[in-house]
Unconditional design. Structure first.
Length: 346
């Protein structure tokens, strides 16, 4: 399994689906299960003639099996694990699945000045976060941080399209695409559905959501964005999606308090340290679930001001929710592009 932890992968969106996917009508199919250390939930409202539930299940299983085979860092035999174990600094042939994960990640890295970085895993673990870390960890010292910064960086990885290959500039460079893999899986399932002629569906995996067409209620799919409050599950905003995906990144479920200081699990790859701003969640709507996934993480790293500047510059549909300096309500801001997807809460 890829073992993507939803709280680490920025998957904090939950569906307001009581009137859409929770009670499928006779013409719809709902398929749910577990993968990547999290869950998936797929609803297809109208299947073309000849497409049965078994076809949907086999399509979903094929995508998820392929994603794990290529992108799982928890399987030592996976393609990404074998790449990480290879000390060569020459071109290493890779599958299009791994190449796509790297090239999409690189697009976001370049667009956000390195705020999204698939080589940052060792730094995250050094600060005591990541699903492979157990128990509290003392913060790394300045010398260790500098060593880690020297051994990481998206600019130390090259990609070649034809033939597909990757090249490290450092033998020990490691990559981890858990921050984009759920979105890639969602996109690939949606693409397979499209190829089958399916036009009305919602695909959710680890909180990453992509939807098209009509829900069982006969209207566009509605998805709620969770209020960024630890220990609660209540909606903050409602979106209507048709042909788009949504992802939320947040820091309110995965943090720790050390010496009275709140330490976020969100690590800035540029400083090799946890972020210190008050931004608590970012939601991004995008045509691609993978890009929504990666951009929400990057904007979360950038913070409320730099992140909003980047979202506006890139034309992203984004919602920022910031903790107030003291008691009081959350501070919210959104780009004009985000407003067109938003609907009033019931």
């Amino acid at each position: 399994m890829c073992r993507v932890n939803p709280t680490l992968s920025a998957a904090l969106v939950f569906g307001a689906l009581c009137c859409t996917a929770c009670t499928p009508q006779p013409s719809s199919e709902r398929i749910a299960g577990e993968t990547m250390g999290t869950t998936y939930d797929v609803t297809v409202t109208h299947s073309p003639d000849g497409i049965r539930r078994s076809n949907l299940e086999s399509t979903i299983d094929a995508v998820l099996t392929g994603i794990n085979r290529h992108l799982s860092t928890y399987d030592p035999s996976s393609e990404i694990s074998r790449f990480n174990a290879n000390p060569s600094i020459e071109w290493i042939p890779v599958s299009t699945v791994l190449l796509d994960a790297v090239t999409q990640s690189a697009q976001v890295s370049l667009a956000t000045n390195g705020a999204f970085d698939i080589t940052v895993g060792p730094i995250v673990r050094a600060w005591g976060f990541g699903s492979s870390v157990e128990g509290a960890t003392d913060p790394p010292g300045s010398e260790q941080v500098e060593r880690l910064r020297a051994a990481t960086g998206h600019d130390k990885l090259e990609a070649r399209v034809d033939p597909p290959a990757l090249r490290k500039s450092l033998p020990a460079l490691q990559i981890d695409v858990d921050g984009i893999a759920p979105g890639i899986a969602v996109d690939r399932i949606a693409e397979r559905f499209e190829a089958l002629g399916i036009r009305d569906y919602l695909v959710e995996l680890g909180g990453e959501v992509r939807a098209r067409g009509l829900s069982p209620a006969g209207r566009a799919w509605r998805v709620a964005i969770e209020a960024p409050v630890a220990g609660e599950r209540r909606p903050h905003a409602l979106l209507e999606l048709d042909g788009f995906a949504v992802s939320t990144s947040g820091d309110y479920r995965d943090f720790r308090v050390t010496a009275g200081r709140r330490v976020s699990h969100t690590i800035d790859p540029r400083t090799a340290a946890p972020v210190t701003h008050r931004l608590t969640s970012v939601t991004v709507v995008h045509a691609s679930a993978a890009m929504a996934d990666a951009f929400s993480t990057a904007l979360m790293v950038l913070g409320p001001d730099e992140g909003m500047d980047a979202a506006r510059r890139l034309g992203l549909a984004a919602l920022f929710i910031t903790r107030p300096p003291g008691e009081g309500p959350f501070i919210e801001s959104q780009t004009p592009e985000f407003a067109r997807f938003r609907r009033p809460l019931p």
